[in-house]
Design a protein around this ligand. Structure first.
Ligand SMILES: NC(=O)c1ccc[n+]([C@@H]2O[C@H](COP(=O)([O-])OP(=O)(O)OC[C@H]3O[C@@H](n4cnc5c(N)ncnc54)[C@H](OP(=O)(O)O)[C@@H]3O)[C@@H](O)[C@H]2O)c1
Length: 330
């Protein structure tokens, strides 16, 4: 089979299509013929040599896919050869075939084309596990989501709005702010705007509205202090990205006065049983909203696997919206 590997770390040109042996399913695993995969920021870091795959995971890039089950390993129940699926992966999605622990398979939500379903596993599992399972957003609460026009952001806005929550979202340009509003954000705020007192507008807006009960953060260190300022009493800040660095000072006094919480998680490093539990919860709680059209996958670009370098360059320069898909032809 053909697969995308990185013989030596570097820019998008380091991505190489190589021949690899077809995978054989072990106990509890299936092999999926990949229809499409999607580019994640973690893939860019892995390509640059900064984010090695977890022990035992494939060195082929790709954290999610959609496709058709080709073969079942021993002990797999509830799935058949030929089933259309999407899946959360620890790696290996940028390939014609991928090994998947059966617990990380999900049905394709009704009405979603097979290729488009590759846009769903990472965003649905990340947003559901963090905003709903960990931070327990309630319908009457307020969510502040950074990067509202990106893959995670477009999904988080829709899911929280469908849940009944008020959503504030940040983005970097007028067209992206408009996208956030279209998806259900009550207020879309440029992350470039600063008010007269010197604080970011995205801190002032939630503060004036009573504070954000939950913040979903992609920036890490750079936003730690202002995110705490934006929190409501008993607010929960969930950090899922480090686009603004990993190390910052936390004013515990400010956090204590709000009786607040700072939580940081990564999906990829979770053990398979936790990933499987998240996948089941997503099928139960999120897929009905996707099937009804209340939440839709937002695909900003779709390229062929052969154009993987272009796809990485697109995500790297930040001009995309939603997810960037790679389709796998045979
Ligand atoms: N921990 C986990 O398990 C997990 C899982 C998946 C993703 N993630 C992380 O979540 C983050 C978002 O992922 P994604 O797939 O949505 O990536 P993406 O589609 O590339 O989106 C990145 C977002 O960052 C925004 N951004 C850039 N500079 C910003 C700033 N100064 N303030 C606020 N936002 C800014 C961009 O906004 P504009 O386009 O408007 O400039 C864009 O929406 C990434 O850091 C990714 O690594 C974590």
């Amino acid at each position: 089979m053909r697969a995308v590997v990185v013989p030596s770390p570097g820019g998008p040109e380091a991505l190489t299509i190589a021949d690899r042996p077809d995978p054989e399913p072990g106990e509890g695993e299936v092999v999926v013929d990949v229809a499409a995969t999607a580019v994640n920021r973690a893939d860019l870091l892995q390509r640059q040599g900064f984010y090695p795959p977890p022990p035992g995971a494939s060195d082929v890039l790709g954290l999610e896919c959609s496709g058709t089950i080709r073969a079942l390993g021993p002990g797999v129940e509830g799935w058949s050869v030929g089933d259309e699926v999407c899946a959360l992966l620890a790696g290996g999605g940028y390939a014609e075939q991928v090994l998947v622990p059966a617990g990380q398979l999900m049905h394709v939500p009704e009405g979603v084309p097979l290729t488009t379903a590759a846009a769903l596993p990472e965003v649905a599992c990340t947003v559901w596990s963090n905003v709903f399972m960990v931070a327990r957003l309630r319908p009457e609460e307020t969510l502040l989501v950074h990067g509202g026009a990106g893959g995670i952001g477009t999904f988080a806005i829709q899911l929280a709005a469908a849940w009944g929550a008020r959503v504030f979202a940040t983005a970097g340009s007028e067209d992206k702010l408009e996208l956030c509003r279209t998806l259900g954000a009550t207020r879309a705020i440029s992350y470039r705007d600063v008010v007269a007192s010197g604080i970011p507008l995205w801190v002032e807006v939630p503060q004036e509205a009573g504070g954000a009960d939950v913040v979903l953060d992609n920036m890490g260190a750079k936003y730690l202090a202002p995110n705490v300022s934006a929190l409501a009493a008993q607010g929960r800040l969930v950090v899922i990205g480090m686009q603004g660095g990993a190390k910052a000072e936390l004013d515990l006094g400010a956090l204590m006065r709000k009786r607040g919480a700072v939580i940081a998680t990564t999906l990829r490093a979770r053990p398979p049983a936790e990933k499987a539990a998240i996948c089941r919860a997503v099928e139960e709680h999120v897929w009905p909203l996707v099937a009804s059209g209340a939440v839709r996958p937002v695909v900003g670009a779709e390229l062929a696997l052969e154009d993987v370098a272009k796809a990485h360059a697109l995500v790297e320069d930040g001009s995309h919206t939603g997810k960037v898909l790679l389709t796998v032809g045979r």
